[in-house]
Every structure is written in structure tokens, then in C-alpha cells.
Design a binder for this molecule. Structure first.
Ligand code: PMV
Length: 325
């Protein structure tokens, strides 16, 4: 069997997922809505290997036992009697700093194992498989704007992602402002569980989430960017407020993060269309129309502490890649 190579692009949630209704099956307590980005992706190659254990290389280096075990456990879910593999995963995403490298990594892995083992999974099933590795990975199976349904069923059969309907007039960019270096201090699964079990605001977060998700979904369909942007900011602020109120509190925001948030508000007050969102890391992503992206990016670059601002357009669906990883 020849080498299989899959590529998936990362995505950023405009309406966030934070908290699990089932940790074992990795079922989210809320739905979410995201944009897949053109700029950041993971390429994963599955190669035949005749040892007793999988061997994982991350960006050319042998991965830790913990990282390898996470990947092996994921592959065992779909194909328990599979052969062992050598996996070469290259991240063109800053790893574990709130730019969702796990989203593109597990989406690429889902696609690769599906092809390698001839599992014949359709896109919707691939979103369910990718979700087992990382909740946000479900959304990276598709390009563009994607909604992940939380579902109600205990077995997760109704928890899947699908593309959103988008008004053709909507032409946006997501500016990624890097605000710090280094890996995040607490992983999303642990942080979500601590929030769920200790934050006084967790129930309010879950109960008020559907409104933001429905409003954003409808705004996309109508091409109503101000409504989409407002729902997006509300969602990230609620997510971070909820995590801040965990015990002990969790915050990913750095001083530069807050400076960028302030600048986005200031730009908006002076007439620019732009809205921020942050994930489990210090970086800020700013949604803005394509024709104002350069102006807004220029303003963000002028903020002390901002390391880099990259403008991302809509990215493609995950796909098998003829290029070597
Ligand atoms: O997919 P995970 O387990 O890394 O969680 C992602 C959580 C957020 O990025 C903060 C929000 C989201 O919906 O992507």
C-alpha cells in the first residue's frame, strides 16, 4: 500500500464551543460555528511500518509518548485491528497556542485513516470521527463557514458538522494578530472540565449559547456582517468570562490581547467594520470585510507587543494531498 497524505486547514470558531456533555465520546455541550482558513494547515502522511507501536513525527521530531498515545487511541477507534503506522505530521500552524493546530491535525488524520483503511466514510461521518480527536476538528473537514451541531443523543449520532449557507455578497477576512509566543499553559480539555465543574457561570454559558449560534447562522445566510460580528464578540467574551470564573480561574488573554481588543473597539467607533475573537490562547482574530482588511491589519500592526498580523481568507475542505507531507 502506498503512502497516504492528507491535508486539512485549521478553523476558527466565531461562535465558540467550550465544555463537553460527554468527555469519553468527546461530545460538546454547545454547538459552534467556524471559518476554515486558507493560511494555516496540517499535512499528515500515513506510512506502512512493521513495528509493534505507531511512530509519530511532529514537524520532523519524534513526538512524546503522550502525543503518540493520543493519536494511536484515535486510530484505534475506527480501526482496532489496523496495522501500526509511521505518521509524519507537519503543522503549518503555531502549535497549541490557540490557533487550533489540533483541529487541522485530527481532521487530516481522519481523512488519512479513512483512505488508508478503505473505510468509505462520507464527509458527515468524517466530521464525527475527527470530533473524537478534538471537538473543533469536526469543522475542519469542510471549507468555508461550518456549523457543528451539538446533538442530543448519548451515542453522538446527531452530533456532526455541516457547511453553512452563506450570502454570496459576504466577502470577509480573518486577521490573525499574534500576541505572544510559547505554548498554552492548560490544554482545552482540562480547562473545559474545570470550567464545567467549578465555574458559577457555566450553566448560563450553555443556556444562552443557542441564541448566539442561531443569530450568527441567520446573519451568514442574510450577509449581515454587523450581526455576525456582534454575535461573535459576545460568544468569545462569554466563553472567557466563564473560564475566568472557574476555580482556580483560567485566562489565556495576555496584555497585548487586551490592547488589540481595545483597538478593535476604537476602530469600530471610528467607523470601521471589525470584530474580535479569542480562543484558548493569547492571539486575537479579527473579522473584517475583505476591502478593509489591509487598513485594519495596518492599525493592528501598530500596537505595541503585536508580533505579526496575517490576513486569512476562506480555506478549503480537507483533502488527500498528492504532495509529500
Ligand atoms: O477542539 P478543542 O478541544 O481544542 O477545543 C476548541 C476550543 C476553542 O478553540 C476555544 C473553541 C472552538 O470552538 O474552537
Amino acid at each position: 500500500m502506498s503512502t497516504v497524505v492528507a491535508r486539512a486547514h485549521t478553523n476558527i470558531a466565531l461562535v465558540k464551543y467550550w465544555g463537553k456533555r460527554d468527555v469519553e465520546r468527546n461530545l460538546p455541550a454547545t454547538g459552534s460555528l467556524s471559518l476554515t482558513l486558507d493560511r494555516f494547515h496540517t499535512t499528515t502522511a500515513l506510512l506502512d511500518h512493521y513495528g509493534d507501536e505507531d511512530v509519530l513525527f511532529l514537524d520532523g521530531d519524534v513526538a512524546s509518548a503522550e502525543e503518540t498515545a493520543r493519536v494511536s487511541a484515535f486510530l484505534d477507534i475506527v480501526a482496532p485491528n489496523r496495522p501500526r503506522f509511521q505518521l509524519r505530521s507537519n503543522n503549518h500552524v503555531p502549535t497549541a497556542a490557540g490557533l487550533a493546530s489540533s483541529a487541522s491535525a485530527f481532521a487530516a488524520l481522519a481523512l488519512a485513516i479513512n483512505a488508508r483503511m478503505n473505510l468509505g466514510l462520507e464527509d458527515r461521518e468524517l466530521t464525527q470521527l475527527a470530533r473524537r480527536g478534538s471537538g473543533s476538528a469536526a469543522r475542519s473537514i469542510y471549507g468555508g463557514f461550518v456549523r457543528l451541531h451539538k446533538g442530543e443523543r448519548d451515542d453522538g449520532a446527531d452530533c456532526f458538522a455541516e457547511p453553512c449557507e452563506v450570502a454570496p455578497s459576504l466577502d470577509v477576512r480573518l486577521l490573525v494578530a499574534r500576541c505572544a509566543t510559547g505554548r498554552k499553559k492548560i490544554g482545552s480539555t482540562d480547562a473545559m472540565e474545570r470550567t464545567r465543574t467549578t465555574s458559577a457561570y457555566y450553566d448560563a454559558w450553555v443556556q444562552t449559547h443557542a441564541r448566539d449560534l442561531d443569530e450568527a447562522t441567520e446573519a451568514l445566510r442574510a450577509g449581515d456582517l454587523p450581526t455576525l460580528g456582534a454575535a461573535m464578540e459576545r460568544s468569545t467574551l462569554k466563553m472567557h468570562a466563564c473560564a475566568l470564573a472557574a476555580d482556580p480561574g483560567i485566562w489565556y488573554l495576555a496584555p497585548t490581547t487586551v490592547a488589540v481588543m481595545n483597538e478593535v473597539r476604537r476602530l469600530r467607533e471610528s467607523g470601521a467594520s471589525c470584530w474580535f475573537t479569542m480562543d484558548a490562547g493569547p492571539h486575537v482574530k479579527v473579522l473584517t470585510p475583505a476591502d478593509t482588511a489591509e487598513r485594519v491589519a495596518g492599525a493592528l500592526r501598530g500596537i505595541e507587543g503585536v508580533l505579526k498580523v496575517e490576513s486569512c481568507a476562506t480555506g478549503p475542505a480537507a483533502h488527500l494531498d498528492p504532495e509529500p507531507a
